[in-house]
Design a protein around this ligand. Structure first.
Ligand SMILES: [Zn+2]
Ligand SMILES: [Zn+2]
Length: 264
């Protein structure tokens, strides 16, 4: 008999929380969040993230990549290390990678090169990708289109235009909804979520960032995926159980390495 399974926080930074991982997982369980994917953002956090996934597998999985802020640290050797690590079943995706022209912590051309090479890595490994995109819709879309249907994944913390959303959905990507959907000023995102197909949505916290209502001002944690799911249920006028069940099955489809681990 498998334990009852609930929400999956598909994008969180377990290594950056204030509280110990053990406590974060216990708090998550209390609010029905039973698994999560913790995210690597730069070469220096990869071994920490890997250790967490190995230790808590199959409650915790990980994704490894280089964030656009750290694109200057991307090297082919980093990709080769990730390729080796990806032999472990707890490594389920590549990223986060992508483009962030809001904070240009790395130059746009460096960001584009790092992004393309990580997409290429994902294609060769057959793994999905966790994409971070801010103020870079045209370039992100152009790059994703070059890969066609050979690489897909999620646009994490989605908050973009209708045109961008429709284009990435068309390419087979999923949209991952974060605590932003609960923010007072996020009416546009709520309207989008109301019309997005529920079978293409995943839920996440991006903890410790982007804490949802009702805990604005406090540090975020994976447990609060619950409030993201509850808001999606409210906006789409469906039950919370439906959001839990559908986002879970979407997650298992996209991050296909979770399924065999959870069936055992
Ligand atoms: Zn991000
Ligand atoms: Zn993140």
């Amino acid at each position: 008999m498998t334990q009852q399974k609930g929400l999956i926080d598909v994008h969180t930074h377990l290594d950056k929380l204030d509280l110990a991982s053990e406590s974060a997982l216990a708090e998550a369980e209390k609010l029905g969040v039973t698994e999560l994917i913790t995210i690597g953002t730069e070469p220096s956090d990869h071994s920490v993230v890997l250790d967490l996934a190995q230790k808590y597998y199959p409650r915790v999985f990980c994704s490894l990549g280089v964030h656009p802020h750290a694109a200057v640290e991307w090297r082919r050797e980093v990709g080769e290390r990730i390729r080796e690590w990806a032999k472990n079943p707890w490594v389920v995706a590549i990223g986060e990678t992508g483009l962030d022209y809001f904070y240009q912590n790395s130059a746009p051309d460096q960001q584009r090169r790092a992004f393309e090479e990580q997409l290429e890595l994902a294609r060769s490994l057959g793994l999905p990708v966790q994409v971070h995109m801010r103020d870079a819709e045209a370039d992100t879309l152009a790059i994703l289109k070059n890969f066609g249907s050979q690489v897909t994944g999620i646009i994490h913390c989605f908050s973009g235009s209708d045109v961008f959303a429709d284009a990435v959905l068309e390419l087979g990507w999923y949209l991952s909804i974060s605590g932003i959907v609960t923010f007072k000023n996020a009416q546009k995102l709520r309207e989008q979520v109301a019309r997005f197909p529920i079978d293409r949505l995943t839920v996440e916290t991006d903890a410790p960032y982007l804490t949802p209502v009702p805990y604005r001002g406090k540090k975020n944690m994976p447990a609060y995926t619950h409030f993201v799911a509850a808001e999606i249920a409210r906006v789409k006028n469906v039950s919370l159980e439906e959001v839990v069940g559908v986002t879970r099955s979407n997650t298992l489809k996209m991050f296909f390495r979770l399924l065999p681990a959870l069936e055992n």
